[in-house]
Design a protein around this ligand. Sequence first.
Ligand SMILES: *Cc1c(COP(=O)(O)O)cnc(C)c1O
Length: 391
Amino acid sequence: MISERLREGVRDAAGLSTPYYLFDLDAIGQTAESMVQAWQKHFPRFTLAYSYKTNALPGVTTLLQKCGAAAEVVSGAELSAALADGFTADRIYFDGPVKQAGELDVAIAEGCLIQADSLTEIRVLAERARHGAEPRVSLRLSVPRGRRRWSRFGLVPEEVAEARALLADARVPIRGIHFNTGLHPLDAGPYRSVLRHWRSTLRELSHGSDGPFSVDIGGGFPAASCAPGRALPPWSVYAEGVAAELAQVGLPPERLHLIIEPGRSIVEDHAVLVASVAAHKRRRRRDTIVLDAGTNLVRSINAWHHPVEFLRPGGVRYDVYGAMCYESDLFAEAVEGPADLQVGDRVVVGAAGGYDIPSANVWLRPHPAVHALAEAGATPVLMREPGSEIR
Ligand SMILES: *Cc1c(COP(=O)(O)O)cnc(C)c1O
């Protein structure tokens, strides 16, 4: 679904050269605010930590920082970016399956919460603590994947037992737990099921420490593109479900610090890729057009739901190809467009605000510009020069 505001923005910005991405930053701020409101009703201590890997454009991350969000990072480079964007270390959560020793040292020195993914990491942290450092540590728990199978991320029960022993030996308190379902559910079911699975561990860990105990349930909240044609549930559905499940753990509400790490739900629907018709041909008795942008700029085009629309409506169907030099660079087939099609007509690809921008590649042409809507009718604000690095 492409919002009317974005569509209007593209119409107003007829003078911008294509291709470019266009963001609705107001919608991003509003989404973050509505999530916070829904969760705070159930959790007085609550933090929304935006997932940097989803899209770390400074225009997005600094906006979220100003809205009161925290940052979730998965590498030393993202950690540095979050510090540069103005997040204080106590508002940065260091996740990810690989944390190099040097990256851990920076996170320890800064005081970020390190959500340890493996025993290898735990051993480094314990060793640093024995030499006087004071790492702030929580445990990433693995999530069940069917019968007797676990996700490759996080710690399984035997590893949790060993992690606890190693950290206790080094006098490092365990400040919380973390997991990420890796799903985009339309209800709280998967979050509840992971919490239920680990209920006794949660009880033991939280009762064995004092001070705030963080329960970080990761991301995975849906964007509209996760459920094309269906309405998304209100955020309160997730908050209520998780609150009901956590009530079973018996952690006093004043100690429980609930953290969510949304990425896709915050940004995905609020940007489009804008391209122009560059050529028009007939192939297999069908109208075929070639755009001035390739699917390398929206790499999940086949795996994900991305609406593809002409800005000018009409009843003729076109197969819409990209600018790359390979046969299958196809955006969509049979897209309705104007009968009097012209070179330069705009085509808009929706749901482009998330993972597609950081994972776009620069084959054939440099990264396109990124613009953000200002007021209606005004020229959008430039967020990233064409040809820049991904951030
Ligand atoms: C990718 C990721 C997220 C964000 O996931 P979304 O599905 O985009 O909300 C949050 N937490 C962790 C650990 C991640 O790896």
